[in-house]
Ligand binder design. Structure first.
Ligand code: 1VU
Length: 527
């Protein structure tokens, strides 16, 4: 029986002298292009219950809005209409978006010439029209048979993708096993989303690693979704594909179409007066300094509607980053999490926050910092992994950010961590503290161990009492918000219940903020 995907097949060729025949010919070609992978590959995909590349596009776009481009693309010398990618545009929650979707059933979604040409067309269209790009990645990377062609097109893609970076939002969904170029390319986008049971990403897979380095590993251990999210390479892990698409749609809701636009305003003006939820902030900080509380409980109360989209929740959970709204406007939230490592800043947390700050700055999203940080994590391991250089990115990113910046200090704000967590002196526009704030070089116990050590040692059995007296004095008179407020290092001390409405007022005041910077060729960020 003739293969219906083979357009070179002459059997049943319609009469091309008639309009009806030409229409029939079009239908036949479109039908052949619909799901053009090999029968074996399609059967494997269906057995796994996975959608096709085009079905995934329909999961992304509002019903009836997807317009496919280059549906009839065909590699030179190939007998069938096919390539490893579907491209097009449509609406997502009524807003224009461009997208591509790798077709795993065509040579494992690898990059050949037409794949490359289609992707360049999509990237250039998105850059010209100013549209976000959603990439649905499911690809084995470079197509081995296409040798130089594949690598040349990968390089070409990298160059064209650069035109989108920091211009339009770029979101990568990793919905399958992605290898080589198929992970390098998404890694250069703004945010990566995977699914629990079908996301694997690595530069080289287990089959290449074994003969090369002698190491035996599994796809799961090497690059499963949760692992990659913990290492900071994926920014959200959804339970399944539908949930992943839902997350992407929410994410797009916080983003502008491009740097030339503002993110959409959503329900501005809600709850303009104090609410019970605001009042409950008055009791949220525990009396004991070392007691933890969940920073999400604060985040949910100081922004609109409790609507918070967390970014990279599995990576460095000692710092919480994500998107919320204040009076309908998108804001980027960076907050220490006392429930993990007491909210201490380590290398990973600094890198996470730096990346998030730059993401917000790129798309004109104001930053709100919520601070409760006991300091920077000390340790041999931290020094070994290059914390000096890697953590430096956070400071640079914060200073570089030209968006409105507001900081609320809830409790601890110690040492270098005080400086980097949105201090006024680093460039915050407004910094307010709660009366529970402790601003100092370090916590009372650490200070006692350093500046009272000799005195405590010499006091013999009176040592512990001297130590405790110092700690009480320090906590009562030094580690407070008052000195910083008296000297203007912060802008004021507020009642916690006023925080939500104050953040709104601050951001309203800053809405036309313009920062003139000296132009430079590149920002020499410590990498
Ligand atoms: C920029 C530089 C780079 O990108 S270098 C990266 C080069 N790529 C790789 O090393 C990936 C090698 N492939 C793999 O690891 C696996 O095939 C992956 C992609 C994980 C898919 O695994 P699995 O779902 O089990 O399918 P499979 O191995 O049976 O492959 C399905 C069909 O696709 C083919 N395929 C796979 N990878 C490539 C490739 N890179 N180039 C060309 N063809 C590829 C397989 O040969 C297989 O074909 P067939 O169905 O047997 O005809």
């Amino acid at each position: 029986m003739a293969d219906v995907t083979d357009v070179s097949e002459k059997v049943d060729t319609p009469d091309l002298h008639t309009t009806a025949g030409k229409l029939a010919d079009l239908h036949r070609r479109l039908e052949a292009a619909k799901d053009p992978g090999s029968e074996r590959a399609r059967a494997r995909r269906d057995a796994k219950g996975l959608p096709s590349a085009r079905q995934r596009m329909h999961m992304l776009f509002d019903e009836g809005t997807f317009v496919e481009l280059d549906q009839l693309a065909k590699s030179p010398g190939d007998d069938k209409i096919k390539d490893g990618v579907v491209i097009g545009y449509g609406l997502v929650n009524g807003r224009k978006v461009a997208a591509f979707s790798h077709d795993q059933t065509v040579g494992a979604g690898t990059v050949g010439e037409m794949f490359g040409r289609k992707m360049v067309k999509l990237y250039d269209f998105a850059a010209t029209a100013g549209l976000p790009v959603v990439g649905i990645n499911d690809s084995g990377g470079a197509r081995i048979q296409d040798a130089a062609t594949s690598i040349a097109w990968y390089a070409e893609l990298g160059r064209h993708q650069d035109g989108l970076c920091g211009q339009v939002p770029q979101i990568s969904m990793i919905l399958g096993t992605c290898v080589g170029g198929a992970v390098y390319a998404p890694a250069n986008t703004d945010v990566l989303v995977g699914v629990e049971d079908n996301t694997y990403m690595f530069v080289t897979g287990p089959e290449v690693i074994r003969p090369t380095t002698g190491e035996t590993t599994s796809a799961e251990d090497l690059g499963g979704a949760v692992k990659q999210a913990t290492w900071g390479n994926l920014h959200h892990v959804a339970k399944d594909e539908q949930a992943a698409f839902d997350w992407v749609k929410r994410y797009l809701g916080f983003m502008p179409d491009s740097v030339h636009q503002r993110p959409p305003l959503v329900n501005p003006g809600i709850e303009p007066e104090l609410t019970d939820s605001d009042l409950s902030l008055e009791t949220i900080i525990p009396d004991a300094d070392n007691a933890g509380y969940d920073i999400h409980e604060v985040i949910l109360r100081v922004f609109d509607d409790g609507d918070f989209l967390e970014y990279a929740e599995l990576w460095a959970p000692n710092i919480v980053c994500g998107f919320a709204r204040s009076d309908g406007q998108s804001v980027g939230v960076v907050a220490n999490q006392p429930m993990h490592m007491a909210g201490t800043l380590d290398t990973q947390a600094s890198e996470k926050a730096a990346r998030f700050v730059r993401l917000c700055n790129s798309f004109n999203i104001p930053l709100v910092f919520l601070v409760d940080v006991p300091g920077i994590l000390p340790g041999v391991e931290e020094e070994k992994i290059g914390t000096i250089r890697r953590s430096g990115k956070f400071i640079f990113s914060y200073v570089e950010a030209a968006v409105p910046k507001v900081t609320i200090i809830l409790r601890k704000s110690y040492g270098g961590a005080w400086a980097v967590m949105g201090s006024k002196q680093l460039g915050a526009d407004f910094v307010f503290a709660w009366p529970t704030a402790r601003l100092a070089v370090m916590g009372a116990e650490g200070a006692a161990a350093i500046i009272k050590r000799r005195e405590i040692e010499e006091a013999g059995e009176n040592g512990p009492a001297i130590r405790q007296a110092f700690i009480d004095f320090y906590n009562q008179f030094m580690a407070t918000p008052w000195l910083a407020a008296e000297r203007g290092y912060i802008d004021g001390v507020i009642e916690p219940k006023d925080t939500r409405l104050l953040i709104r007022k601050c951001l309203r005041q800053l809405q036309d903020k313009e920062l003139q910077r000296v132009p430079r060729r590149t920002y020499l960020m410590p990498m």
